[in-house]
Design a binder for this molecule. Structure first.
Ligand SMILES: [Zn+2]
Length: 326
């Protein structure tokens, strides 16, 4: 017979409601902590602040790369996400640019340079965990399952049996998959962006890879041999050339010929992640039609060309634009 703790833990994940992703972050934090703990006590105490630090990491990475919405009330951002977004803004202000970076890579930097802001963020999140998540997580079928863990409100900690932590540890791979899958399902109910599950999954990996776009140059050159900048219309010198996603990469999480244009490096960095205007979109549609015609005239074939043709037929530019505006 399957262990009761494990059965209930999985049911909590599976049956979690769609209001927000707090419970998923909580479950994920517990599994992650189970991998880090090396204690031989029967009972292990986990401080809410330790869990809060995991929340910062998850929401930081999902926000800084993909700006995912984490709650069903679109008028009110979940408090924890607000706090993490604030920390991201403080970080950007401190370093003076808005280049996305994984939390794990700058965690030490933040502890050193934004010590007070980081501490405050952890405390604020721990407060919300105390009020909304810690006690609610174990509540299923109309009763509180203390066999999952005991929550001590006065001491701001949970106490979990080492046997159960070991179960989480031994099943961590499956549990991460289950949590991510469920997290993705919740996100899909209030995020219109494509590839939600891949976005959630990639957050667990070491690097969020941005592929080189240089393979697209041979196609772009067919339509734009003088390399006129999509933004300012002036010719671009070789060392100033950059390839830009018109509909932001953070939204699409994909590199597609139909969405790529030449821009000046300086023009590009000034508009990263900005939603394109109607004018940009009309311009891109005309560009795509011209590009496809040139490629066909010159008998250039390949996957990229087929995808461009499909994108024009299905009007991806407009569809994804409408999606990313909403
Ligand atoms: Zn330019």
């Amino acid at each position: 017979m399957e262990n009761n703790f494990y059965t209930i833990f999985k049911r909590i994940i599976r049956e979690c409601n769609y209001d927000n992703t707090y419970k998923m972050a909580w479950a994920k934090a517990l599994v992650e902590i189970s991998l880090e703990i090396e204690e031989d006590k029967y009972l292990v105490d986990i401080d809410l602040k330790t869990i809060a630090q995991k929340y910062i990491k998850y929401y930081w990475n999902q926000t800084i790369y993909f700006d995912l919405i984490q709650g069903s009330n679109l008028l009110k951002t979940p408090v924890i996400l607000q706090k993490v977004k604030q920390l991201i803004e403080e970080y950007y202000k401190y370093i003076g640019n808005r280049k996305p970076v994984r939390f794990e890579r700058i965690e030490y930097f933040i502890k050193e340079n934004l010590q007070d802001e980081y501490k405050k963020c952890i405390e604020d999140i721990a407060k919300t965990l105390k009020a909304d998540v810690s006690w609610r997580f174990t509540f299923i079928d109309g009763k509180n399952h203390e066999e999952i863990y005991k929550y001590s409100k006065e001491e701001n900690k949970i106490t979990i049996d080492i046997k159960n932590l070991i179960i989480l540890k031994e099943n961590s791979e499956d549990l991460f998959d289950l949590i991510n899958y469920r997290w993705g399902l919740i996100l899909e109910t209030f995020n219109s962006s494509p590839r939600i599950n891949r976005k959630v999954k990639i957050i667990d990996e070491q690097e969020v890879k941005r592929n080189s776009l240089s393979k697209f140059r041979k196609y772009l050159d067919e339509e734009n041999p003088n390399k006129k900048c999509f933004i300012c219309d002036k010719s671009i010198e070789e060392k100033e050339i950059s390839i830009d996603h018109v509909i932001p990469w953070s939204y699409l999480y994909s590199d597609d010929l139909w969405n790529l244009v030449y821009v000046h490096k300086s023009c590009n960095s000034s508009k990263s992640n900005v939603i394109p205007t109607k004018n940009d979109i009309d311009k891109l549609k005309v560009r795509n039609e011209n590009l496809l015609r040139k490629l066909q005239d010159n008998n250039i074939k390949g996957k990229e060309v087929d995808e461009l043709r499909l994108a024009i037929e299905k009007d991806y530019v407009n569809k994804f634009w409408i999606g990313c505006k909403s």
